[in-house]
Write a protein that binds this ligand. Structure first.
Ligand code: GTP
Ligand code: ZN
Length: 360
């Protein structure tokens, strides 16, 4: 795959200084593990680290390389040294999440995504407000949003028409496509939206059908791992590489990182805070900053329930939803932990192979 097929364009190459940077390799960040990056030029993949200089010059984590970034790399081909990233080229888009907490900080999820598919189920869990929040986030990122309404098979045609009209009215000018992974209605239209050389992400709450869609587009291929086989004899040297930037069979690229997945789950929390804004306002007066509002000690929320200012039913509802959200968050973290272990394992396999065979 050429750099262009990987999404590289004049927009990026024009940023390179021909005097001082011409000898550096251009590569794209395909994964990040514990601050170490995996970078690829479309043909070859290597581990890379930021130079100390770059780390010092960074004013925030937003300056660090992220998945999807185009970077300039020293010693990309040098087998003796770990490749070093000297600079992140200016981004066409940055997908960021506002981290919750008192002060607004941003967490960078991915860079240089062309189009974000925001997926929302039409079945149980359908939530227009949440869809709007995702849309705001994507718009703020400089990424083109497309709304995918999944699980149309759960609706009667007239119900679908009502929901489509509702969504289109709330989101004028945004492309909205209904589809089903089950009866495959609209699936061809959705698949056709993934164009070669472009980079995509799929955002949505857990369970809306993201994995099912990606797998059906990928067909037989295992979409988390790629297993290049040595061409000369067609066997051996399985350099197994952990990818968070996946290239589909048709040449389109998809960012699928733990951070991207978490966008769906953590969002459950934001929704709760919005729904229970009265309780959130009271929480500021709790004695402890990390008060979970289930123990009486210094809790302003419980005090308000006792005074009858917040109904007991509403309070119980809040606690129940918080517990569910905590459960979702925990399973997302567990999954990430699992992913990390796997990635460590595959990295060690890769390093072994590299030692044994020189090039792969
Ligand atoms: N009825 C119906 N069910 C679907 C459809 N697509 C997926 N499902 C089911 O919904 C469940 C969740 O699907 P996933 O693809 O794992 O959802 P996801 O968005 O990837 O969820 P996470 O991996 O948790 O982020 C599975 O049981 C699927 O079989 C659909 O079009 N219609
Ligand atoms: Zn409290």
């Amino acid at each position: 795959m050429t750099l262009e097929e990987f999404g590289y364009s004049a927009w990026f190459s024009e940023q390179i200084d021909p005097e001082t940077e011409a000898d550096l390799a251009v590569a794209r960040v395909t994964a990040i593990h514990k601050g170490e990056c995996e970078v690829s030029n479309g043909e070859e993949t290597n581990a890379a680290k930021m130079t100390g200089r770059m780390r010092h010059q960074a004013t925030s984590k937003l300056d660090y390389p992220t998945v999807g970034d185009w970077v300039l790399v020293k010693d990309f081909e040098d087998e003796e040294r770990i490749a070093r990233i000297t600079r992140v080229l200016g981004r066409q888009s940055e997908l960021k999440r506002k981290s919750s907490g008192r002060t607004t900080r941003y967490q960078l999820i991915a860079a240089n995504i062309d189009t974000a598919f925001i997926m929302q189920t039409l079945g149980p869990g359908y939530n227009l407000k949440r869809l709007e929040r995702y849309l705001v986030m994507v718009n703020e990122s400089g990424i083109e949003p497309v709304v995918l309404l999944s699980k149309t098979d759960l609706l009667k045609p007239e119900e679908l028409a009502v929901k489509m009209a509702e969504v289109e009215e709330r989101m004028p000018g945004i492309r909205v496509l209904p589809f089903s992974n089950v009866d495959q209605a609209g699936l061809e239209e959705v698949t056709a939206l993934f164009e070669p050389e472009k980079t995509y992400c799929v955002i949505g709450t857990s369970g809306v059908g993201k994995t099912t869609l990606l797998n059906s587009i990928l067909g037989e291929e295992d979409f988390l791992f790629t297993l290049p086989v040595r061409e000369s004899d067609g066997k051996g040297v399985h350099s197994t590489t952990w990818r968070e930037l996946i290239t589909l069979g048709n040449g389109a690229h998809v960012v699928d990182t733990p951070g991207m997945r978490e966008l769906g789950n953590l969002d459950v929390n934001d929704g709760i805070e919005e729904t229970f804004d009265d309780i959130m306002a009271l929480a500021g007066a709790c004695k402890f900053n990390d008060c979970s509002h289930v123990q009486t000690k210094g809790c302003a929320v419980i005090a308000a329930v006792e005074r009858g200012e917040v109904s007991e039913a509403r309070y119980n509802n809040y606690v129940r939803l918080m517990k569910e959200a905590a459960f979702h968050e925990q399973s997302a973290l567990d999954k990430r932990d699992h992913d990390k272990k796997l990635s460590r394992f595959y990295r060690s396999v890769m390093v072994e192979k590299k030692k044994n065979s020189g090039k792969y």
